[in-house]
Design a protein around this ligand. Structure first.
Ligand code: RB5
Length: 150
């Protein structure tokens, strides 16, 4: 499985730790940066989102200070469902129920001991479909209907 990773400066240190952790687990990594001292979370959020939408990666992990800005940015990309996984259970549910394809993490707020459990929960869970599919499809239908909206 190929994972696109991205962060702003607030998430760079954690991103590097996550990168090593996932490489050791034999995930293929597409590191979208940032490689700058000060970055704009929107740039990396969109970059990771586009790589998933274009099929260059299967799932994404994004990190900024709160997880908020970078998830908002990624969610503007067509086909992206970015969820802030603030604990293991929520990260798992974001896959099971929402078919989230990007996990967002707030580096300044996440419990460091939990972050790898949160990531494992996200990456090893599968969408349940069924009643949840109808709800996710409503979002996709809205996205489709909005092609010429703006
Ligand atoms: C950067 O200082 C910070 O604003 C950013 O990482 C993020 O928390 C925004 O949502």
């Amino acid at each position: 499985m190929k994972i696109a990773l991205g962060s702003d400066h607030a998430g760079s240190e954690l991103r590097n730790e996550i990168k090593l952790y996932l490489e050791n687990k034999n995930y293929e990594i597409l590191d979208c940066g940032t490689f700058k001292e000060v970055a704009n979370y929107a740039t990396e959020g969109i970059k990771v989102g586009e790589n998933i939408s274009y099929g260059n990666a299967d799932l994404g992990i994004l990190i900024c200070g709160t997880g908020i800005g970078i998830s908002i940015a990624a969610n503007k990309v067509r086909g992206i469902r970015a969820a802030i996984g603030y604990n293991e259970e929520v990260a798992k549910l974001s896959r099971l129920h929402n078919n989230a394809n990007v996990l967002a993490i707030g580096a300044r707020f996440v419990n460091h001991d939990n972050v790898f459990k949160i990531i494992d929960a996200f990456l090893t869970s599968e969408f349940e479909g069924g009643r949840h599919e109808i709800r996710v499809d409503t979002i996709l239908d809205y996205e489709d209907s909005c092609i010429d909206c703006f």
